[in-house]
Design a binder for this molecule. Structure first.
Ligand code: ARG
Length: 340
């Protein structure tokens, strides 16, 4: 008998793909850092409403446990035969989408990065988390020009003071129950913090779901401007850090939904008319390969007709390709909203 039993009601991809045969083949395997199948699927077992239900504990997990990661990745990201991830982090110059700011309130683009030589956040020891944080801070200190800023440690700054700072909207919280069950919240808030540029348009989250989340954001509908800032930051960090990378899967991340470009590029857009024509909106977003999230992020509700619309595809497409595709999709959405 297996020691894993997914609840009947679970529809997660890990439940779907983890046959007894695969389980048996992987149950006693470990990566060099000691990550196991049991740890990888713990969140999916605890949370029957998971959509994926598996996390990687280090870059090796994707190989060691490929019999379960591969079919999940295949189903989530699409056909993978002969896949070779091609990165293209090239600055763009696309027309501004909504110059009058009637619909688009803000743009936010993020990528995730993990260092090859450290365990990922669900499997990292506190001493390593601290060592990693120190290494990242040293590199962030090289950022210059408009990327220059400060690092705010969650551990060493007084909590009250952090919450009073006008920058408090930029801090991340302790992860949700999915991340919690995976082990991502261990020792929170130790070893965590946020780097924020002085102009508050670039931030780097340290030790959240991934080692780094590099985020460019601005109250604008100028996608290129936000994207180009991100490109600058990525290339600066690339010079000093050795990121986990796989030639088929691109950037390796804690959650297999984020591999490839690891990019989520999206806007907050107010669609007062389309709010009442959800089916039409869904048709457009699906046709353009975009996804809709709630106003305050993943698994939240829509407030005041403000939708969070972003790319769905992260693998089998380049970074610049994502931005171009998002641009085209948002043009179609704005056109539909205007016509109603
Ligand atoms: N593990 C969660 C699930 O399977 C989250 C998946 C995607 N979200 C994320 N933040 N990685 O539903």
């Amino acid at each position: 008998m297996n020691s894993f039993v997914f609840l009947e009601k679970s529809n997660s991809l890990v439940k779907k793909h983890l046959s007894s045969k695969i389980y048996k083949a992987l149950e006693h395997k470990q990566t060099d850092s000691g990550f196991t199948l049991e740890k990888a699927i713990h969140s999916g077992l605890e949370n029957p409403d998971s959509t994926i239900g598996i996390y990687a504990g280090d870059s090796q997990s994707y190989q060691t446990f490929s019999p379960i990661f591969d079919p999940i990745i295949q189903e989530y990201h699409g056909e993978l035969e002969n896949l070779k991830h091609k990165s293209d982090i090239r600055e763009l110059n696309l027309p501004v989408l909504d110059p009058e700011g009637k619909y688009i309130q803000s743009t936010r683009i993020r990528v995730a990065r993990n260092l090859k030589s450290f365990s990922f956040p669900c499997h990292i020891a506190l001493s390593q988390r601290h060592a990693l944080e120190k290494k990242i801070i040293a590199v962030l200190n090289y950022l210059s020009g408009n990327l220059e800023g400060n690092y705010y440690s969650f551990e060493h700054s007084d909590k009250k003071k952090l919450n009073q700072l006008e920058t408090k909207n930029f801090w991340f919280q302790k992860g949700d129950r999915f991340q919690d069950a995976a082990g991502i919240n261990s020792d929170f808030p130790k070893g965590r913090g946020v780097y924020l540029s002085f102009d508050q348009k670039l931030m780097v989250w340290v030790n959240e779901e991934d080692h780094l989340r590099i985020i460019s954001l601005e109250k604008t509908s100028d996608l290129s401007k936000v994207y180009n800032r991100l490109c600058q930051c990525i290339s600066a960090l690339n010079q000093h850090l050795d990121f986990a990378w796989d030639k088929r899967y691109g950037n390796l991340t804690s959650c297999p939904t984020n591999i490839g470009t690891s990019m989520r590029a999206g806007v907050h857009i107010q669609l007062k008319k389309l709010e009442h024509k959800k089916k039409l909106l869904l048709n457009i977003t699906q046709a353009c390969n975009l996804q809709i999230r709630g106003t305050s992020g993943e698994k939240t509700k829509i407030k005041n007709a403000v939708f969070d619309i972003s790319n769905r595809q992260r693998l089998g497409i380049s970074e610049s390709g994502i931005i171009q595709n998002l641009h085209a999709g948002l043009l179609a959405i704005i056109k539909a909203e205007k016509s109603l």
